[in-house]
Ligand binder design. Sequence first.
Ligand SMILES: [Mg+2]
Length: 221
Amino acid sequence: MSTLPLPLPWDQIDTVLLDMDGTLLDLKFDNWFWMQHVPAMYGLKHGLTPDQASEQLAPRFAARQGQLAWYCIDHWSQELSLDIRQLKHAQREQIGWLEGAADFLERLKHTGKQRWLVTNAHPDAYGLKNDQLGLAAHFNAVYSTHPLGVPKENPAFWPRLMQVAPFDPARTLLVDDSLPVLRAAQAFGVRWLRCICRPDSRHPPREPGEFVGIHSVAELL
Ligand SMILES: [Mg+2]
């Protein structure tokens, strides 16, 4: 992959919206948790091998992709009869920053920009990650999409966020690892967009679609 990150015109940006999982935090935790750990625990409960469990769960997960339920701890706890909160808590040591992200947030603080975390994570999943890494200290505001009823990839999300927390899309930067999210934000008018190409440190970089790709938020400043 060859992406030349264009330098951002920081004088034209007042508000920085940052995604959490796959943008600041290494998605390897969530990928491992949902693709390996949850199927293994589900299999244990229902007398299935991990492979059989994965096979059963894959279409159920896929059916919810792009919906808020996909990100909802309560939904999956009920759906799978597993205590997802407790399972996540037990594995919390594995939650970690992507390379350069904590340092970037420290530097961003000194730019005087509005720094908002905008995440599809359930408030409790955010809470666990915040307890581990102290995310909140880096932001002026933290928004989970759950109280707003739709995830970031749904076009209805952006006007709802605007109602709760007004910002000027023409002077806003969004950094996210999800192409559907970036597309919805672009359609709403968010002017500056950057796609994280390597959300999971265990996997090779991905193509950033029609967006400017960066390997890490560290490249932004
Ligand atoms: Mg993400």
